[in-house]
Write a protein that binds this ligand. Structure first.
Ligand code: SAM
Length: 346
């Protein structure tokens, strides 16, 4: 019995599937991509219209972004807000035993200002704006795929455990996306090849991100707090935004200040490349392949560097070239890059 409850607790405390994005996090990132949204159909497919900050943001900024349509679908069992006093299109109190869809084609409001929170609420409350789905709202379900097909850009924070499934679906249907994920997803076999080929890249926020978590989340010493409203929060040190929407960040050169030094930049035992421990130590005068920390991707500009592959287990995907070992010791996983702006001598 005791063993079981410890096990459940452990399982729950690592369950990032029910971590909800803060409004500020959404606003801060999406505002970098405003020009991409004009005339577009946005689909938030892991987003309860009643509680998602993505739904709230796109409702508030619908006119400013000049969206054509916003679709948000929730998943049965979504559980941040459990005592809503809102009624769906069938006049049944909204509850988390059902899945919902919000479809917005037009918001009659100012085109200069985001709409107020009260207006968002009354919009959600208005009969017919939020409808009950027939199924459970799984993004793989037939009715959600129908919405996916008619959408241009998918913007969401999906359950991390299903990140790779959603990502494959977006690639399959050739969609634009702006997604929150765990940095571990970078080396997934369906993600890394696209990063290497310059078809997917990192957004702006890369590292710390705070998320609202359900009420029954057990407290812990670190990366957990309760705010003045009693809302529980957790934070993740290795979160990221992954996208295929162009952004300004990826066109800026990384300023290099270090020089190659064989002592500081030793060669791998098993591959002809040097190991660079920190992004700040990437040498400006090395022409060969360099293994750099994953955080490099936060600064990657494909006009400045070529991504050759990764050094992780040596087998994760076709571009995972070797297990990084320096002087007999295995090191952290690395991204393998080559400086495009300096030419190899002889
Ligand atoms: C990490 S939470 C984020 C929720 C929301 N996108 C946000 O950012 O606040 C992931 C959400 O996806 C929902 N979910 C889990 N499996 C799903 C699936 N197969 N299809 C659609 N949504 C799913 C969960 O119920 C949860 O609400």
């Amino acid at each position: 019995m005791l063993g079981n409850s410890i096990l459940n607790k452990a399982k729950h405390s690592h369950n990032t599937d029910e971590w909800y994005t803060d409004y500020k996090t959404v606003k801060e990132e999406v505002s970098h991509y405003a020009k991409h949204f004009e005339g577009k159909v946005v689909f938030c497919n892991c987003d309860d219209p009643y509680e998602s900050a993505f739904a709230k943001y796109f409702l508030k900024y619908f006119n400013i972004l000049k969206l054509k349509k916003l679709i948000c679908t929730s998943y049965k069992g979504s559980r941040l807000v459990e005592n809503l006093n809102i009624f769906d299109n069938n006049n049944i109190k909204a509850n988390n035993k059902s899945a919902y869809v919000l479809i917005v084609k037009n918001i009659s409001a100012d085109f200069e200002e985001p709409i107020r929170d009260e207006e968002v609420l009354s919009y959600l409350n208005e009969k017919g704006n939020v409808k009950k789905l027939n199924g459970d709202g799984d993004f793989r379900s037939e009715e959600c795929i129908k919405y996916l097909k008619e959408s241009d850009i998918v913007v969401t924070n999906p359950p991390f455990s299903k990140f790779t499934i959603l990502f494959s679906l977006l690639v399959k249907y050739n969609k634009k996306y702006l997604l929150i994920g765990n940095q571990n997803a970078i080396t997934y076999k369906n993600v890394f090849p696209l990063i290497k080929k310059g078809k997917a890249w990192i957004g702006y926020r890369f590292g710390d991100m705070s998320f609202k978590v359900p009420n029954d989340t057990p407290p812990r010493k670190t990366r957990f707090w309760i705010d003045d409203n009693g809302q529980k929060w957790r934070s993740l040190g290795n979160a990221m935004w992954l996208t295929n929407l162009d952004n300004e960040r990826k066109h800026k050169d990384l300023i290099l200040t270090s020089f190659y030094c064989p002592k500081k930049h030793p060669k791998y035992d098993n591959y002809d490349a040097i190991n660079v421990s920190k992004v700040a130590e990437i040498p400006m005068n090395y022409t060969g392949i360099m293994g750099v920390p994953i955080t490099f991707l936060k600064y990657h500009n494909e006009d400045q560097f070529e991504i050759i592959g990764e050094a992780n287990h040596g087998s994760d995907n076709e571009f995972d070239l070797f297990k990084p070992i320096v002087k007999g010791k295995e090191t952290f996983k690395r991204i393998l890059i080559k400086n495009k702006k300096i030419v190899e001598k002889n």
